[in-house]
Design a protein around this ligand. Structure first.
Ligand SMILES: [Zn+2]
Ligand SMILES: [Zn+2]
Length: 345
């Protein structure tokens, strides 16, 4: 199983490195043949700006089939189809002992940041701790397996601040995470979900996933429609999934007093704020880092029951060998739909 893996090493640099050895499976680990790995917007941003992420993050949205498991692994078993989840919290550090599992350094995105893995899943075979895999039921497809991680990012944010039954939610940024946020806001009670993105293809997709209206960010009709829908109160909650730091200011006039702005996208640009505007509205700003391990089980259940839909979310599928040119293209212009990598190609 000698192979190559691609990692982002600098601005415009996607480097082929030798894939980690998967012939000897370590105790507690599983070797998985990757079926599909989604290209995350954060990977493209890291490549474009040359902000190096830990190698294990290059390709973190994936699913596949277990090939072999190490000593002590009861589940999953060889042949099981799985998706990658976040690492469980350590259970031992002071924050875990105080019950703050989501704040553990060993957990989730923070754990991925300190992972010794030399690459993510832009490769054919990976070896990961078996405890970081979630099994997929037969009716969840391999393509959906690669969407479980971004869906769970959206789920975490919506669970942190829900619009409430009858509420109104705004979703900024209609990539896959935003399109899941549209559906999850509806599932958790919103009667109005208003979606915002400059890309008309993505706006159409959001309408198909249940948004009542969709606007470009600079469309003056956005505020008018939102006020019409809410008796001039504004949105109960806004989910920022675009990674555009400017949403921190542009969302303020769209929110109701006491509303919540949930930061799911990781904006990297500096932004000028007028704190008094937040204060005068009594806005809550809630950060939402990644996900918790248990939330992946919820995502898989929602997908399996057909309560979360994915039809039309993904666009092209590309073979691993084309990855360098695909990244170069994506850095110039984002595609409307999620690109999946098929490592066998
Ligand atoms: Zn991602
Ligand atoms: Zn801990």
């Amino acid at each position: 199983m000698s192979d190559i893996a691609y990692v982002i090493t600098g601005a415009g640099e996607l480097t082929a490195v030798p894939a980690a050895d998967t012939t000897a499976v370590k105790p507690g680990y599983a070797v998985v043949e990757v079926a599909f790995c989604g290209i995350c917007g954060s990977d493209v941003e890291s490549y474009r700006k040359g902000i190096p992420l830990p190698p294990s993050i290059s390709g973190h949205e994936w699913g596949g089939t277990v090939i072999s498991v190490g000593e002590g692994v009861e589940s999953p078993a060889p042949g099981d189809r799985v998706s990658k989840t976040s690492a469980p919290s350590c259970g031992k550090c002071p924050l875990c002992r105080a019950g703050h599992h989501a704040d553990c350094d060993r957990f989730s995105a923070r754990a991925a940041s300190s992972s010794p893995a030399t690459h993510g899943a832009y490769t054919r075979f990976v070896q990961v701790p078996a405890s970081t895999l979630v099994k997929l039921p037969d009716n969840v497809t391999d393509e959906q397996g690669a969407l479980v991680e971004p869906a769970t990012v959206a789920l975490h944010g919506v669970r942190l601040r829900q619009p409430g039954l009858g509420g109104t939610a705004l979703v900024f940024g209609l990539g896959v995470i935003g399109l899941f946020a549209v559906q999850l806001a509806s599932l958790s009670g919103a009667v109005n979900v208003v979606a915002v993105d400059p890309d008309p293809v993505r706006r159409d997709a959001a309408l198909g996933f249940g948004a009542v209206a969709a606007f470009a960010p600079d469309d003056p009709a956005l505020q008018q429609r939102l006020m019409d829908l809410t008796d001039a109160r504004g949105a109960d909650v806004a989910y920022e999934c675009s990674g555009q730091a400017s949403v921190l200011t542009s969302a303020v006039p769209l929110m109701r007093n006491g509303g919540a702005l949930v930061l799911i996208g990781a904006g990297m640009e500096p932004v000028q704020l007028v704190p008094a505007l937040w204060l005068s509205k009594g806005l809550d700003v809630q950060t939402s880092l990644a996900h918790t391990r248990d939330e992946f089980d919820i995502t898989v259940t929602l997908l399996s029951r057909g309560l979360l839909k994915t039809k039309g979310m993904t666009g092209t599928t590309v073979g691993l060998s084309r990855l360098p040119e695909v990244f170069a293209d994506l850095a110039k212009k984002a595609t409307s739909l999620k690109v999946l990598v098929d490592p066998r190609g």
